[in-house]
Each structure stands twice: as structure tokens, then as C-alpha cells.
Design a protein. Structure first.
Length: 410
């Protein structure tokens, strides 16, 4: 048995490598949107056409995640993690060399496929390689790294673009992602584990459920719905909250931007708290439900009082904290739902709900703003959060029921 110090060192190294990969993936996801005003002028295209780049990216990512989950279960997450980050980084770097707008569209599809591996690969690696007693903190580290990547990307991209030009910015962050992929490859032994199909020998006499049986089970479908709803709300906030605050409530740009930043910072802080909480509670569904319900309530409150500039920042920060606390417990619940099935397949499928929510939200929230209903942005966010609450209860109930089904029962 490994000594506690050795186990801690192993867990920390795994969390660091996986967190770095997740951080870079989120930097890549937001590499192009900050450059849209420049690309709008450079290529003479509309913002709707530029928005198509994001839609194609998330469509490819969402469709690819299900397949990536199957591959993770068969071959292990470490291989796909390295390959996915390399493909994503190369695609973004090549985007800096294009001569026309139309060349960005196939690159967005390829980049989305590269992005599709991260959640099934990352969470499978953490689930297999990190000690059970630190798993909540491992999931929290993973979520925090992604959130920091989102927060850093616009600043990094615009700074590089100001220093040189937009092509230099994309080439720089894309090359950095490839370098991180190389570092992961050199440390692949720390991420390696036995794939799911090798972990359950045939002599156990247990028949493994088919893929459609796994992802079609009510507990997994409820988890998918949870991710779709929460991602829908989060994408709406990240994309249009600043515009809604300015146009609907007369909030100045600096305060509106600070409000979104406070939400993201609060979310990261909530994930830290949620990681420790997830390692110390058995009632993960209560944590997830309570946090999401609080976030929904605060968003509804914001729709009413956002005209008071001094209130916007603290309310959005509290909403971020409430939402962030849920993330580690949410991933523990998904891992519990994957019991007896391939973790990669389950994580890949349920996280494709994240891409579904992220790709559809801009269409609805953009329409609300086009129809001069900025107040409805925060109401829609609150409704999406609220609709996620009962899905958590269903995941908990159905997971518990499945754990008590007698062996050999259908």
C-alpha cells in the first residue's frame, strides 16, 4: 500500500495535469469570440455569420463527446486527452492563418471534435487515479481550472491582439495548447489506468450493459437534462448579461463587466468550497439542489433590482458562489450514476448536454435582446436553473433505486 505522502503526491500531480489540460481547453473555447469585432471588419461578414463559428464548434463537440466516451472506456482517457488537446490547439493556431471567413468553419468543426474528449477523459482519469477521499476536491480543481480558463481567455487574446495582431493571438494560444499536450504525453504514466473493459474480467459472469442501455437509462437521461439546463443558463449569462444590463437597466459598461467577472470569480470560489463539502457529505443531491435553487432565486431577484448599480456586483457574485458550490457534488452524483457502466461513456453523454445548452442559448437570448426584452434574459436564466433542480432529485432517487436492485435483476 502506498504511503500517505506518496498518495498525496500522486493525487496532486494527476489533478495538476488534468486541470492544466482543462484550463487550456477553456482558453481555446473562447479564443475566437473576443476577436469577432476585428473579424467582422477583416472579412466583411455579419455577427450572425460569426456566431455560426461558435455553433458549429459546440455542435461538433456535443456530438463527439458520446463517441469520445466510448473510446475512453476502451482505450483509456490519457491517450484521447493528449490527442484532443493537440487537435484543438492546432485548429486554433491554423485559424490564425486563414485567408477568408469560410475557412474558419471547417476548422471550427475540427476544433470542436478535439474539444469533445475533455470531459469524458478528464473525469475518467480523475475517477480512476485520485483517492476516493480526495475525489470531491479533484472534481473541484477540474471545474475551477475550466472557469479560470474562461476568465483568462478574453484578456489573454485581446492583449496578444493588441501587442501584435489577431493572427498572432490565435497562433500564440494554439501553440501553447500543443505544448501542454506534449507535456501531458511526457507525463502520461501518471494518467494511465486500466480501461473499463479490462477492469471487469469475463470470469465474473456479469454481462456488461450495452451502450444504449447505459445512456438510455432514466438516471443518465436526467443527468443529461441537468447539464443542458445549467449550461443554457451559464451560456446566456456569459454571452448576454453585459448587454442586458447596459440596454435594459442603464448600467455602465464597467459595472456590467464587473458583474459578469464577479459571477465567474464567485463560481470559482464556490467550487473550492464545494470540493471540501463534497468530500465531507453523503448528501450530494442536497448540495446540488440547494445551490442551483439559490442561483435561480438570485437571478430572479436580479431581474427586478438590477437597475441599482451597487447591487448588481454582489448579487451576481453570490449567484456564482451558489452555482459553483454544486459542481463537485454534481460530478460525484454522475460518477455514482456510472456505477457498473463505463465512466467515459456516461460522462461523455451527460456532458454533451452541456454543449447542447451552450449552443442553443445564444439563439434564444439573442432573440430576447432583438425584441427589446433585456429583463427577460435574467428571468430565462432563473427558469433554466429552476428546471435543473428536479433533475438532481431524479438522479439521486434513480441512482439509489438502481443500487438496491438485486443482482441479476433486469
Amino acid at each position: 500500500m502506498a504511503a500517505p505522502a506518496q498518495t498525496l503526491q500522486r493525487d496532486a500531480s494527476v489533478m495538476t495535469l488534468v486541470g492544466l489540460a482543462h484550463y487550456m481547453s477553456h482558453v481555446m473555447q473562447l479564443a475566437l469570440p473576443p476577436l469577432f469585432p476585428i473579424l467582422h471588419t477583416e472579412f466583411g461578414v455579419s455577427f450572425t455569420e460569426l456566431g455560426l463559428i461558435v455553433t458549429l464548434f459546440y455542435m461538433a463537440s456535443g456530438l463527439g463527446q458520446a463517441a469520445a466516451g466510448i473510446l475512453v472506456d476502451r482505450y483509456g482517457g490519457q491517450r484521447l486527452l493528449v490527442a484532443g488537446l493537440a487537435v484543438l490547439g492546432l485548429s486554433i493556431a491554423l485559424a490564425g492563418t486563414v485567408a477568408s471567413y469560410w475557412m474558419l468553419l471547417p476548422l471550427a468543426l475540427v476544433a470542436g471534435l478535439g474539444n469533445s474528449v475533455f470531459h469524458p477523459a478528464d473525469l475518467s482519469i480523475l475517477s480512476h487515479r485520485v483517492s476516493e477521499s480526495r475525489l470531491g476536491r479533484a472534481y473541484a480543481t477540474h471545474s475551477i481550472a475550466g472557469t479560470l480558463g474562461y476568465a483568462a481567455s478574453p484578456v489573454l487574446i485581446t492583449a496578444l491582439a493588441a501587442f501584435g495582431n489577431w493572427r498572432l493571438a490565435l497562433a500564440g494560444v494554439g501553440t501553447a495548447a500543443v505544448c501542454v499536450a506534449l507535456a501531458l504525453y511526457l507525463n502520461r504514466s501518471r494518467l494511465t489506468y486500466a480501461p473499463s473493459h479490462a477492469a471487469r474480467p469475463a470470469e465474473t459472469g456479469q454481462r456488461q450493459p450495452g451502450y444504449l442501455q447505459v445512456v438510455g437509462s432514466p438516471v443518465v437521461l436526467m443527468a443529461f437534462a441537468y447539464f443542458a439546463m445549467t449550461a443554457f443558463a451559464g451560456s446566456g449569462l456569459q454571452t448576454f448579461s453585459i448587454t442586458a444590463l447596459i440596454s435594459g437597466y442603464g448600467i455602465v459598461l464597467k459595472v456590467a463587466t464587473l458583474g459578469l467577472t464577479s459571477y465567474l470569480v464567485g463560481s470559482a470560489a464556490g467550487m473550492v468550497l464545494g470540493g471540501f463539502l463534497a468530500d465531507r457529505t453523503r448528501h450530494h443531491h442536497r448540495v446540488a439542489m440547494g445551490g442551483i435553487a439559490a442561483a435561480a432565486t438570485l437571478m430572479l431577484l436580479l431581474s427586478v433590482i438590477a437597475g441599482h448599480a451597487l447591487i448588481v456586483v454582489p448579487v451576481m457574485m453570490l449567484a456564482g458562489i451558489a452555482n459553483g458550490i454544486t459542481a463537485p457534488s454534481r460530478d460525484v452524483l454522475i460518477r455514482r450514476a456510472a456505477a457498473g457502466a463505463g465512466m467515459g461513456s456516461v460522462f461523455g453523454f451527460v456532458y454533451s448536454g452541456f454543449d447542447l445548452g451552450s449552443s442553443t442559448a445564444p439563439l434564444l437570448f439573442g432573440a430576447l435582446l432583438d425584441h427589446h426584452a433585456p429583463h427577460a434574459v435574467f428571468i430565462a436564466v432563473a427558469c433554466a436553473f429552476a428546471l435543473a433542480v428536479p433533475t438532481v432529485m431524479q438522479v439521486q432517487h434513480r441512482s439509489a433505486a438502481r443500487r438496491h436492485v438485486p443482482a441479476g435483476a433486469d
